[in-house]
Design a binder for this molecule. Sequence first.
Ligand SMILES: *Cc1c(COP(=O)(O)O)cnc(C)c1O
Length: 236
Amino acid sequence: MSLEDAQRIATNLAGLRERIALAASRCGRDADDVRCVAVTKYVDTPATRAVFDAGCHDLGESRPQQLWNKAEALSDIQPRWHMVGHLQRNKVARTVPLTSLIHSVDSLRLVREIDREAAKINRTVDVLLEVNISGDAVKHGFAPAETEPVLSAMVELSHVKVQGLMTIAHLEGGADVARRNFAALRHVRDRLKNVCPEVVSLAQLSMGMSRDFEAAIAEGATIIRVGSTLFEGIQR
Ligand SMILES: *Cc1c(COP(=O)(O)O)cnc(C)c1O
């Protein structure tokens, strides 16, 4: 990691924070209510450390194996790790002790496995339900109509705490479609609020990536997941 690259990452983070602040102020929100997770899947461990050093302490990976490797390599700084990609059940045991939030719960079997592993280490794990709002066949996530029965099932799981919902906007639809997808997730959340059990929180909406985080903030995102914008111009 060259000094230039480290500086570049710090500059990119500052630029991102400015855009978040602007997007929040445009819709009368407080920028502090939007948490930014730096998705570090494109870069190596030194660049990942650099984004932490620049002040972003929430880091995300989309592949469990990469998260394990980086968590080990960066155990001296202890970032809050976010699992944002598809999690297979046979990878739960190693992932649970390392993560602060699993964004990508997409089946009941998965969340039951998370509960079992969390119980073993006497922890409660925070998760989000991934919702396939765009109806994209290649995407993971619950259909909006499936979310209510899933939330009802959470009363049986004492080592998992649902904190909200996550989605990925339609990738080819452009800005208008993304914004509609984000609004749709908020509507799902608002509807679920009236019917979900008390053990469930729906406070968090994880939505928005480099190309569409401003639209997500306008539609109520409390967590955005940003990768490429942060690492623009870095030698890989
Ligand atoms: C890669 C990834 C991101 C970040 O994407 P960018 O477009 O690079 O900002 C966010 N969320 C998930 C689930 C991802 O896999």
